[in-house]
Design a protein around this ligand. Structure first.
Ligand code: TRP
Length: 469
């Protein structure tokens, strides 16, 4: 068991010692070594393909700035509350999603915990295929540069054997990090990689501002037209994007919070994480839109969703010559970091459940679960329609459903829901926390039912694309 805890082995840090005294657990569960380590890992989970790839293309699909406004609203008004609900359940029980839901709501909630595990597996199966494309693009940008016809290039690598190879590679990296444990694997990887991502994204945004013709890109991205704020589809899409980007609805944040000491102030951490996640998505937009508009590629982005950034953006990089080489490599390296740190959190949901519920030790759990997910992922790697289908089902059904249950559990069923979130918070924010409860009780459920209802046609479309050939 020593490889599982990292506490019995080696010198315990001051914080770990405290954590052990505080709760005197029967067996020592892993904990984060530092507060910053936890924040970076959670931000690592949140920041990923959702921010740098999905956010720009969804924004352009829904007409630009109005979508951005709605996305901000959803992140701060509903996203933070649901994030805080996951934190509450996870740290309260200090168990994986299965055990934590059991502790919060009793036996009837156990199946939801397993649904979370299944959702994590399905998301990771296709997420890792996209991350595989990213890995390949980072290497190509770095070593050979993109070919002229990026559309044809993307089609040639997006599915089949090439996609499978890079998907398996991504899974191998993910498994290796998760095997290292909470502190020595996940925390350390996030600590090293996330600052690089921040620097690169900010640097690219500054560079993009120097492009001639970037102004139109900013105008599209930042000038909202009011009438578009009231479209049901746009509202539902903005909510879906906010939840996906914050990694909500399947216990990833819950699991990470289960390794958190009772000293940490949950509302503060939730706010910091949501702001950073939003900040990276917003800054990615400040890179993508000026580049796309400066090169007159705006039509291409809205047209093909899945391929947008894998076709138009590299196309833009090609036409910039040597500068494009450097910038392209940096962009895809940042995207790779985002993807890997998110993949870690998806795998950890499964691994934590295997450790806590089935008494596996960490290494076999990571290898076993990772291998099964890698095998499932061969399907979306072979068939882009399967990828679209898995994406649609998880994002439009499983995640909103998971968030809905979490909101109801914490808002209505949990005894003394304020106890966990008021630890170490100041009295002054108490009214805000009462507001938080009412958002979970009323606003979030209504919105989530609406999201589920509105996005059913999306799932139906994806299903048709999958079977109708
Ligand atoms: N939030 C990540 C992104 O934006 C993806 C992700 C990681 C995720 N873990 C998750 C999404 C859990 C939903 C649930 O790329």
């Amino acid at each position: 068991m020593s490889d599982q805890t990292g506490i019995q082995a080696g010198q315990p840090s001051a914080r770990q010692t405290n954590a052990m005294h505080e709760d005197a657990p029967e067996f020592a569960r892993e904990v984060w070594n530092t507060r910053l380590g936890f924040v970076l890992a959670a931000v690592g989970s949140a920041v990923g393909l959702g921010n740098m790839w999905r956010f720009p293309y969804i924004t352009s699909e829904y007409g630009g700035a109005a979508f951005v406004v709605l996305y901000i609203l959803m992140t701060f008004v509903i996203g933070i509350p649901v994030l805080l609900a996951e934190f509450t359940i996870g740290r309260r029980a200090r168990q994986s999603s299965v055990g934590a839901l059991r502790a919060a709501g009793g036996r009837p909630w156990v199946p939801l915990g397993y649904l979370f595990v299944l959702t994590g597996m399905l998301i990771l199966a296709f997420y890792s295929v996209i991350a595989g494309w990213v890995t390949r693009y980072a290497l190509v940008a770095l070593f050979t540069g993109f070919p002229e016809d990026t559309g044809a290039y993307f089609s040639s690598i997006a599915s089949g054997i090439p996609a499978m190879g890079f998907h398996l590679f991504t899974m191998a990296v993910t498994i290796a990090i998760v095997m290292g444990g909470v502190e020595k694997g996940i925390e350390r990887a996030s600590f090293v990689m996330m600052p690089i991502l921040f620097l690169v994204v900010v640097g690219l945004a500054v560079w993009a501002a120097t492009l001639q013709g970037s102004g139109e890109g900013y105008a599209f991205y930042l000038t909202p037209r009011l009438e578009e704020l009231f479209s049901a589809r746009t509202i539902a899409a903005a909510a879906g994007q906010a939840f996906f980007s914050l990694s909500l609805g399947m216990g990833a944040m819950l699991t990470f919070a289960s390794y958190l000491s009772k000293k940490e102030n949950l509302p503060r951490e939730a706010t910091v994480i949501a702001f950073t996640d939003f900040g990276v998505a917003f800054t990615a937009g400040l890179v993508v839109f000026p580049v796309i508009f400066a090169l007159g590629l705006q039509g291409a982005v809205g047209e093909s969703t899945v391929g947008a950034l894998f076709i138009s953006l590299p196309g833009a990089f090609v036409s910039m010559g040597p500068v494009g080489r450097v910038v392209g490599a940096l962009f895809f390296i940042a995207l790779f970091i985002g993807a890997i740190t998110s993949a870690i959190s998806l795998l950890e949901v499964v691994v934590a459940a295997l450790i806590d519920e089935w008494k596996f030790s960490r290494k076999p759990a990571a290898v076993g679960a990772g291998t099964i997910i890698a095998l499932i992922g061969l399907w979306p790697a072979a068939d882009t329609n399967a990828l679209g289908f898995l994406d649609a089902v998880t994002n439009n059904i499983f995640l909103p459903l998971g968030s809905l249950f979490l909101a109801v559990l914490v808002g209505w069923l949990l005894k003394n829901p304020l106890e966990e979130v008021t630890r170490n918070t100041s009295e002054r924010i108490r009214p805000l926390l009462i507001g938080w409860l009412w958002i979970l009780r009323v606003v979030a459920p209504i919105l989530l039912v609406f999201v589920l209802y509105t996005s059913l046609p999306i799932v139906a479309d994806a299903f048709r694309a999958l079977t109708g050939r």
